[in-house]
Design a protein around this ligand. Sequence first.
Ligand code: NOJ
Ligand code: CA
Length: 677
Amino acid sequence: MKPLPFALGLGLALAAVPALAQQAPVSAASPDGSVAVTLSIDGDGRAAYAVTRKGKPILAPSRLGFLFTDVAKIDRKLTVTGTELRDFDETWTQPWGEWSKIRNRYREFKVHLKETTALARVFTVAFRIYDDGVGFRYEFPAQAGLAKANVAEELTEFSFAQDGTAWWKPAFLWNREEYLYNKTPLSSVSNAATPITIKLADGTHVALHEAALIDYSGMAVARTEGTTLRAALTPGADGAKVQKTGAWTTPWRTLILADDAPGIYHSHLMLNLNEPNKLGDVSWFKPGKFAGVWWNMIKGEWSWARGPKHGATTENVKRYIDFAAANQIPNVLVEGWNVGWDGDWFGNGHDMDFAQPTEDFDVKALVAYGKKKGVRLIGHHETGGAATHYEKQFDKAFQFAADNGYMVVKTGYVTDAAQMEREDADGRKYREWHEGQWMVNHQLRMVQTAARYKIALDSHEPVKGTGLHRTWPNWVAREGMRGMEYNSWAGKNPPEHEANIVFTRMLEGPMDFTPGVVSLEGEKGSAILSTLAKQLALYVVIYSPVQMAADTPENYAKYPGPLKFIREVPTDWDETRVLNGEIGDFVTIARKQRGGEGWYIGAVGDEQERGSSFKLDFLTPGKRYKAEIYRDGDDADYRTAKRHSIVIESKVVTSQDAMSLRIAPGGGFAIRLVPVK
Ligand code: NOJ
Ligand code: CA
């Protein structure tokens, strides 16, 4: 299959080539020519696409198509009726993020297909080919032969040309997105959630995910044979996995391609495949940290419910506001502040009232107290999975938040997979999946309603991130993975967890991981599998524009040195560089403070003792910087009583220097670099 000459190296800026009648196979390549896509049709008229990078096959011909619940499948008897090419290159600005400027440069290659049968249905496969990967989606125009599409399954395949090692978490199990990552041969993956990251036998790194998941169900992948994965859409309670009318498109199916793990993290492909900001000026949202009436509940010492152990009391919240104010932390999260938590809320949120504080939480007094000290409250809406019950309260809930000066609301959908409660206008009830089409739409309605009240959202038990925070930048963070809370309970996160999630879950966008448990203690005094220095590193390594100081004021009082780093580390960046890393082993990330001169570096390892060496050549030449280093003590080890051992020291460095630091078992380090006057 030779690429057609017209498809290569045209270098047109923002120019389109009109539809050309072409015989398959048809091909096109990325702007620098390194990534190429070919669409072919076999003897039965089946369409398949293949992807190469630097001339080497990444995806062998991988089939395309759909099953429907009520009409004939789209699979065979297809012909290419034409192709279109368009080059695009633009740089846009993120209101907040890991990079302030993002370049979006791709070649779009549209292949128009038609069935040769009497049905004669038509659709387009639109590829956007980047130098670091490919996104593609199906586009269906409105047509008589498919006026309503009830999708039973999407037959899109990802047929890898080589085996490799895959890091993936299981899909469709009871605990939703909250599983540890498996590391297995690609040829042993079963049902996997995306992103799934693969290191192919030749070393090429691939991350498979989706972008712009709107009005469609979330895509997992299931291995069908060998190294072939196929789309496995999240089920819906109406039977079809996706229901569409008129013209429709799928989300973008995305493949990031890189030489190494850091290269995967540097890709902007997912954000670029989302539509630009629809909210306009969102400067009302200020990235920042938050403290919270929270960790004591997670440890079981306080309760969300009213009673003698109730956490969200006026007195407790005042103490947290004092702590926040003293440490320039602009927000305090309060959970269990509202009526509805008494009794059995888990998987049952029918009693939740999102505008009715409990009698021992004096919201007006606390808002006034916080205002004097420059601290706002963060609201919390735990639905217990009663999604429609919550949706009926959207306006009243966000109005309450706005009236009390909240800038952020954290939402929650704690119920088992496939147990989300949907109630239609006719009163009929259904049980939906967290990532099914109905919930995808529900969450977007939540984000859009919140935006009208100038409220930013931090959603827990969410739909996975697919870059929609570009389009709706008030969707500032989400959970969607095992965060710090698991370190309180039995079955804690292992030391390699964060080195796994940087190259998997974090490709979805910001995560509310809730770092900074300096006590290194969970429930019943149980030991967290981390050193103290690693808790500081997480503020740089795990990105979120809203970042929690998760431990209690009493515990922070015991660690004034580490608390200084938490106080000073920003949550908004102009630039991000992954300096080194291997999936699940270690990673070192440097970030430049938004609008400032300071750089911050964080590194985490796994259960082994490791080292991290890197150059400081990203610093401004000719400038001298004070490096404040928070590193594991020489005897630090997550398995011993020495897990708190930390060395805090400083030295002066320049862009000519390099650094080499030890990472203890279960450890990490954090560095603050500020120019010396
Ligand atoms: C699970 C969330 O992840 C956690 O942060 C929250 O405190 C509980 N649900 C209660 O809503
Ligand atoms: Ca959770």
